[in-house]
Design a protein around this ligand. Structure first.
Ligand code: 13P
Length: 248
């Protein structure tokens, strides 16, 4: 039985005041939440968010890491640095990192490895562009993205990986994949993992991301192979986020 996981990705949205309001708002409604809940804050706010969430069920994550341990990499942040703040999760390979910052499948696979080597749980993001879906290439794209990581870290490593399927055309657009579209791709992802190891495929959490909101969360998370959500916009509103957390 896979536990439902709901993760918020605040992206580049926050201020000291907003972090306070968001974390306190989420904590105030966590009592009857059964899902595992993670919020991924921008680097400067990790410390504040972690301090506010101490001794609670709320987990704090980061949104990226550099592959290097330390050194002359101006502007970058290492796995060790985020661990210093008690962070246990990190988003890797988000489509915005892939498209805006040129992260290739190879770079993403290396980041997954670095996260794992440092005892962090990667939220490993995959997903196809609109033109890739329209040309019937969704399965080929997600296969390529997943195989790059399997080739690098091996299937056993998926015991410590959370997969997030985020069709790029659904991110921030208000256009959500239908439950059937999402379920079909999630089932395909699980079958791909199962072709390597069926037990690991059954235990790997596969989250859906892309315009998930309180109105559609229950139906999406109710699908057999959808184990929760990676939430962008709606994670910035504590009430909406909590409603999604309670949908699982
Ligand atoms: P939205 O929920 O705003 O579509 O963003 C999804 C996402 O990119 C989460 O990582």
């Amino acid at each position: 039985m896979r536990q439902t996981i709901v993760a918020g990705n605040w992206k580049m949205n926050a201020s000291k005041e907003a972090v306070n309001t968001l974390v306190m708002g989420i904590l105030s409604g966590m009592a009857d939440v059964k899902s595992k809940v993670i919020v991924c804050a921008p680097f400067p706010y990790l410390s504040q968010a972690e301090a506010l969430a101490t001794h609670s069920q709320l987990h704090i994550g980061a949104q990226d890491i550099n592959v290097n341990a330390s050194g002359a990499f101006t502007g970058e942040v290492s796995a060790d640095m985020i661990k210093d703040f008690g962070v246990e999760h990190v988003i890797v390979g988000h489509s915005e990192r892939r498209s805006l910052y040129g992260e290739t499948d190879g770079v993403v696979a290396e980041k997954v490895q670095v996260a794992l080597d440092n005892g962090l749980t990667p939220l490993f993001c995959i997903g196809e562009l609109l033109e890739e879906r329209e040309s019937g290439n969704t399965e080929a794209v997600v296969s390529r993205q997943i195989n790059a990581v399997i080739d690098r870290v091996g299937i056993e490593a998926f015991k410590n990986i959370i997969v997030a399927y985020e069709p790029v055309w659904a991110i921030g657009t208000g256009v959500t994949a239908t439950p059937q579209q999402a379920q079909d791709t999630h089932a395909f992802i699980r079958s791909l993992l199962a072709s390597h190891d069926s037990d690991i495929a059954q235990s790997t959490p596969i989250l859906y991301g892309g315009s998930m909101n309180p109105a559609n969360a229950e139906e999406l998370i109710g699908c057999e192979d959808i184990d929760g959500g990676l939430i962008g916009g709606a994670s910035l509103k504590p009430d909406d986020f909590l409603r999604i957390c309670k949908a699982g």
